[in-house]
Write a protein that binds this ligand. Sequence first.
Ligand SMILES: CC(=O)SCCNC(=O)CCNC(=O)[C@H](O)C(C)(C)COP(=O)(O)OP(=O)(O)OC[C@H]1O[C@@H](n2cnc3c(N)ncnc32)[C@H](O)[C@@H]1OP(=O)(O)O
Ligand SMILES: O=C([O-])CC(=O)C(=O)O
Length: 447
Amino acid sequence: MVDNSIYLAQFYGKSQNYTQIPRVWYNKYGVKRGLRNEDHTGVLVGLTRIADVIGYTRDEEGKKINCPGILYYRGINIDDLVTKESYQGYLYEQASFLLLFGYLPNRQELTDFCAILQKNYDLPNDFLEMNLLRLPGKNLMNKLQHCLLTLYNYDSDPDNTDVYQTLQKGLNIMSKLPSIAVYAYMSKMHYYERQSLVIHYPCSNYSTAENILAMLRPSCTFTEQEAKVLDLLLFLHADHGGGTNSTFANIVVSSTNTDIYSGMAASIGALKGPRHGGANIKVSLMMEAILKEIGPYASDQEITACIQSLLQKKFFDRQGLVYGFGHAVYTLSDPRAELIRNYCKILAGEKKKEHIFTFYERFETIAKSYLSKTKETDICCNIDYYSGFAYELLGIPRDLYTPLFVISRFVGWLAHNIEHKLYDNRIVRPAGKYVGHLESYIPWEER
Ligand SMILES: CC(=O)SCCNC(=O)CCNC(=O)[C@H](O)C(C)(C)COP(=O)(O)OP(=O)(O)OC[C@H]1O[C@@H](n2cnc3c(N)ncnc32)[C@H](O)[C@@H]1OP(=O)(O)O
Ligand SMILES: O=C([O-])CC(=O)C(=O)O
């Protein structure tokens, strides 16, 4: 067979004479690259009453003043929801109710809401066999997208985008996501890693967190403490305002009035990216590589040298990023990372992994100060820095870290999708300026 790849390389090389856009032009035309202002804050593109993400304030002149991070779900500080909550084990379901309906449920309302989710836990007949066992996927995020798009075919009125229908369809998908993610993992392991296939049905009196643990473990068993920690992790990932990439992607796509399955698949694609939710897997791989290189008792100098090699694209995936650090809004701290760090400390003690936890903490301190100094801006660790370690301590496989983010964030996507439909409802369509030349058509014989 003729190898045509050389031609493609030639076309691509030649294209550089025709397609370049100098970086300075973005300033010249006032383009808000990445929808960011000069000071890196986000351009205002929407209004929301669902969540507020605070990483800085403004002084009287409008100058940005960095501050410790705070996250509010419907105006309630997440720290309060965690520390003042006595009804343990259903934090994620409570937050889902709060994010969707705007107020905290009473006990009866929470029970009724959980019953709606639990009634929908089971997958449609043959879904498992046809879409997961017969068609294993090598990446679970892509598999989740595929399964979501396939659920469209099981819906008798899939293109109905009425707000109430969106809510119902959304809750139905949300209930099924834990089984889909766990089965996608099991079928991947069975097919690609030749492991035994373990399939447990979801249990209709379990919370989301309990179900995930039960379906994942051959024995179906878990401790109350483990379920509470996973519940807390799901709670902490549930929403992050309308500006975060995967939620904005959802708003962009669903503003065309397309079906909910397409909108959610787009969000999953966005969340998969290693600069967004996919960072939790990258952090885990990066820390594994670092620990292999310098060990848990490395000196501060060795840790700094590792960070330098990461930034200089000499180590790990050579992308120049220290995963788990930096944020578009948070500056001095991400409140979710603060909470997860505390739980990691407790779990690490129980699992005899204190030395690894201590290493994570030391790496955090050094990376935070080094990155802030070299990038001349406050850079803290984000939610993805400790979440993978927490999942690892719970015995959850790495492949499932970002899918767990999907399971949790789905409710945030749904709430924003509905809010946009109700109150904004204009198709998202910004402008792009043409900066090429006008050219004359060149006849074949003159090219
Ligand atoms: C759930 C989540 O999505 S949380 C984020 C998870 N992602 C990661 O952990 C990946 C690593 N982090 C990053 O890539 C970035 O910090 C992002 C994408 C999260 C935020 O990026 P930005 O909003 O551009 O951050 P910010 O404006 O503060 O960055 C300032 C500079 O520091 C750089 N920077 C920020 N974080 C990092 C990092 N972790 N490693 C290397 N460089 C970084 C930016 O690239 C930017 O450089 P530039 O001015 O040359 O473009
Ligand atoms: O807000 C962001 O840009 C990313 C983030 O932390 C999230 O989506 O949880």
